[in-house]
Design a protein around this ligand. Sequence first.
Ligand SMILES: NC(=O)c1ccc[n+]([C@@H]2O[C@H](COP(=O)([O-])OP(=O)(O)OC[C@H]3O[C@@H](n4cnc5c(N)ncnc54)[C@H](O)[C@@H]3O)[C@@H](O)[C@H]2O)c1
Length: 270
Amino acid sequence: MNKLKIGIIGCGVIGSKLAKVIDKELKDRARIAGLCDIDKEKLERLRRRLKSKPASLELLDLIKKSNLAIEAASAKVSAHILKNAINAKKDVMLMSVGGLLGHERLFELAQKRGIKVYLPSGAIGGVDAIKAASQAKIRSARLITRKPPRGLEGAPYIIKKKINLKKIKGEKILFDGPAAEAVKAFPKNINVSALLSLTGIGANKTRVTIITSPSYKRNSHQVEVCGDFGKLITKTENVPAPDNLKTSYLAVLSAIATLKQILSPVKMGT
Ligand SMILES: NC(=O)c1ccc[n+]([C@@H]2O[C@H](COP(=O)([O-])OP(=O)(O)OC[C@H]3O[C@@H](n4cnc5c(N)ncnc54)[C@H](O)[C@@H]3O)[C@@H](O)[C@H]2O)c1
């Protein structure tokens, strides 16, 4: 069996974990075609820990040498990576889904060229059911995100509205509006609201509410969708990934599960 050649862009928490899983658990079915990171020290640190010692490659070369390119880098480059994967006729898995909002026409281009684009569920639950629900009418989609105040520090909305997060006593609704505005106001919430919008009814119709309280210990994402199928409510209460407080551990696990699904003959869920 030919091994799937996988190129990894971004050697941070998600990229490193995926690389280790490919190197050990999946080595009979896949191999790392190369690593790419703007931070060469990080890349080298990961390379040293891998048995296969994959090459350090520049982005376009890495895409060329892979059957599947995995982006785990930044929302600033995910659309650019998708564009280049399409041009090179390579499949691609993208973690920074937020960077794809406004670039949806690339999905049509991918379809025309026969490219597969994988977008893992990340830190939310229910994407499988929403995909099924969207085969009939979806009337409303809502994301209620609850984060401790320190998880919202530095967000453009907090700075613009001069909100002093340290002074918040009980539960406070900070934002309530369309996902299209939420992703600009709270870019670190961008991936979950973007994926929910893309799977459901789009960024203008998907409503996002962001709540904080000093008593919150975890990042939680509650998804509520109503449609012809009935009503769906899911809630994930996420612990942070061991090496990056900004990334939920579930998002790392979701990336691994998506990769295993790609390599498996059995596709579970919708
Ligand atoms: N879909 C989801 O639910 C979800 C959840 C968590 C994280 N994410 C996204 O996945 C991405 C990776 O997350 P992480 O926790 O591994 O982040 P991280 O910060 O640990 O690692 C990112 C790595 O990418 C590198 N990088 C940044 N820009 C790059 C570029 N232009 N080219 C090559 N390398 C570049 C950085 O140097 C870093 O090593 C982030 O964009 C994050 O927002 C998505």
